[in-house]
Design a protein around this ligand. Structure first.
Ligand code: AMP
Length: 302
């Protein structure tokens, strides 16, 4: 499995605490979440000379292959700062210092060119396509995007959507992209744009999986304490793709399982700041929470 996206230092404030320059970035969360299923995860990204060695060591411990991580010694790592209020479904972005990420040119090492599962984190859709141009016949291409690209690069995004198999967006992005208020209609519209599988994340309200012949709705795991929602969407993507890469089974039933694994990893992520919620998981711990999803909405029809 190959992941391309941001590797960042995040400064985050929530009503329950704050962190400064902590490990973050879309590719980081995706890779760490996926590493619990499928290893090694190949990561392509860029950081500056200031990127702490302890973060490199942590990623290596999680079996993330860093041959594709470019280190620009004279530059600074991408820095994002955000603030959450009591309703943690919305956040204010305070700072986006692109730094070395501004000139990111994703070069895929030769050893990565035959990756079967390719997860394109939230980057410029032009760069997402450049990545795909370097890869030989992937089995599944999963892509993420955000409001910035939907508003500023709609034509480029439309081209990239044509070569994505799965799109993962949140509810606001789905509505912005398709101009459809109904999420079901928005999903169908996205299927017409290219991807055959659409996933819409709805924060604490769960996630929806839509294909041409199926609609599946999964709850989010109910948590009493959410400390930091940063990375929830990316951890979802990592759990989802990691499970598919591990099982190599794209049947409807397995796609549904993958959505629940995605929700499971997202639920661990938000329990702590930065990637701390994903640090010390085990397959058993993940399985335990995965199974508890069954009881959340199973009922006796009689
Ligand atoms: P999520 O909460 O899943 O949407 O992802 C949060 C992560 O996205 C943070 O760790 C940020 O470092 C990263 N991020 C924020 N803005 C951008 C951006 N414009 N491009 C790439 N990554 C970003």
């Amino acid at each position: 499995m190959l992941v391309v996206g941001s590797v960042a230092l995040d400064t985050v404030e929530t009503p329950f605490g704050s962190v400064k320059m902590a490990l973050g970035g879309s590719a980081t969360y995706i890779a760490v979440a996926a590493s619990y299923f499928s290893a090694p995860i190949r990561l392509v990204g860029v950081v500056g000379g200031d990127f702490p060695k302890k973060h490199i060591e942590f990623l290596e411990e999680r079996n993330v292959d860093l041959d594709g991580l470019q280190i620009v010694q004279e530059g600074k790592t991408f820095h994002w700062a955000g603030k959450y209020h009591y309703d943690m479904n919305a956040r204010d972005t305070l700072t986006t210092d692109l730094n070395v990420f501004e000139k990111f040119d994703p070069r895929i090492p030769d050893g990565y060119k035959r990756s079967s599962y390719v997860c394109l984190g939230n980057i410029d859709p032009v760069l997402q396509r450049q990545v795909l141009d370097q890869i030989q016949k992937p089995r599944l291409v999963i892509g993420d995007t955000m409001n910035y690209w939907i508003e500023h690069k709609p034509k480029e995004l439309a081209e990239t959507l044509k070569v994505m198999d799965v799109i993962i967006v949140n509810d606001a992005e789905a509505r912005l992209l398709t101009k459809e208020p109904s999420l079901l209609k928005a999903s169908k519209r996205m299927i017409e744009m290219g991807p055959k599988i659409v996933i819409i994340k709805k924060g604490e309200h769960g996630a929806m999986l839509v294909t041409e012949d199926m609609v599946f709705s999964a709850p989010a795991y109910p948590l009493e304490n959410i400390f930091d929602p940063t990375g929830a969407g990316d951890s979802f993507a990592g759990g989802f793709v990691g499970w598919l890469a591990k099982t190599d089974d794209l049947s409807s039933n397995n796609l549904k399982r993958a959505v629940i694994y995605g929700s499971t990893l997202a639920s661990f992520c938000v329990e702590k700041f930065s990637v701390d919620g994903l640090r010390d998981l085990s397959y058993l711990k993940i399985q335990d929470r995965f199974r508890s999803f069954l009881d959340l909405s199973r009922f006796d029809e009689r």
